[in-house]
Design a binder for this molecule. Structure first.
Ligand SMILES: *Cc1c(COP(=O)(O)O)cnc(C)c1O
Length: 333
């Protein structure tokens, strides 16, 4: 079976770099949604705990339940709970949903500062806060999300200004916490001063934008050989015969396909980090390479595969199916 190796040293290296920016480990809220960006939810949670990360962000209740033993604080981005929890906070994304949260739930208010995807409109924040009080919820924080932190345009600045105004207006509520930074946002500022940063892709070492800032990818995907064939010049390989050999070649078939998350769009257009060329179309459960290695490194930097697939590292990583076994390695690669 194909498998994944997670490089713990690289993960800790990334967390060192991130905590220099946040000025404290305690201000890192590690984003673990979507199976920890495909890295393996529990595997990453355990490593994060070992490093000393206390806060995590997930998408839904099932994920929160799987990792709550490893953290002191968990924020759920997108689910209304059935009951309140001491450790888990829930996001209010829409003013119309406030009455659906159980009494006593700890909540954080998502405000829209320009992304226009979800969140409370600027004009309705005061109204939302009174509704939260009326329904007996415990408001702990107000946060927002950037639509273009990873693009070097002015957008990031005006969204920040919008959030600053909101912070000022709510400054009278002394206990309220505020956060707005994702990875790209954190790396754009040298004066981070919020209560926490919500860090995903930087921790996984796969920021597509700017420079790498010393961050290193932590996930390597390997496939295992199914079979080897000695093929002649002119033979065509795989579905549709879309690749034709220019010379006699050794071609092996490996147990990774689009059904496992190896994006089919890479067919005939990908070379592994060690130079083995992918030949023919990617099938559901397998794909062929010019190689006869038993174990083939498919990628160790999702950003590079993302370029071949004309997508972003986030999609490459979250496409990898959870059933692929994740191993943690402490070896330096
Ligand atoms: C996914 C997500 C993040 C993390 O973004 P990265 O670019 O991976 O750092 C932060 N905040 C919210 C609300 C998110 O949905």
């Amino acid at each position: 079976m194909a498998y994944i190796i997670l490089n713990k040293n690289n993960f800790f290296n990334n967390l060192d770099i991130i905590s220099k920016r946040t000025k404290s480990k305690d201000k890192i809220a590690l984003v673990l949604k979507d199976n920890a960006y495909g890295h393996g939810l529990v595997e990453v949670a355990k490593m994060a705990q070992e490093y000393g990360i206390k806060k995590a962000i997930v998408r839904c209740q099932v994920e929160a339940d799987m990792v709550k033993e490893y953290f002191e604080y968990i924020l759920v981005l997108n689910e209304i709970p059935k009951s309140s929890s001491d450790k888990i906070r829930y996001t209010i994304n829409d003013i119309k949903n406030i009455d659906k949260f159980p009494v006593g739930t700890k909540v954080e208010l998502k405000v829209d500062t320009g992304m226009h995807r979800n969140g409370i409109d600027k004009q309705n924040i005061k109204e939302a806060i009174s509704k939260v009080q009326e329904y007996g919820l415990i408001l702990e924080a107000v946060f927002t999300h950037h639509r273009s932190a990873d693009e070097l345009t002015s957008e990031w600045f005006w969204q920040n200004e919008n959030f600053k105004k909101i912070k000022k207006e709510l400054a009278y509520m002394k206990h309220l916490k505020f956060h707005s930074a994702n990875s790209a946002s954190l790396f754009r500022t040298n004066s981070f001063d919020e209560d926490m940063a919500r860090v995903g892709i930087a921790a996984y070492g796969c920021m597509d934008s700017f420079n790498k800032n010393g961050l290193k990818p932590i996930l390597s995907l390997y496939a295992v050989k199914n079979s080897t064939m000695y093929l002649k010049k002119g033979y065509k390989i795989g579905y549709g015969g879309s690749f034709e050999l220019e010379d006699d070649a050794i071609v092996s078939n490996y147990d990774i396909g689009y059904g496992d998350g190896f994006l089919r769009v890479c067919s005939n257009n990908y070379t592994t980090p060690n130079g083995e060329k992918l030949v023919g179309r990617i099938s559901m459960d397998n794909s062929s390479f010019l190689s006869d290695k038993e174990h083939l490194l498919i990628f160790d930097d999702a950003s590079k595969l993302a370029k071949s697939a004309n997508t972003i590292s986030y999609e490459v990583l979250t496409s990898i199916k959870p059933y692929i076994k994740r191993y943690i390695s402490e070896d330096k690669i």
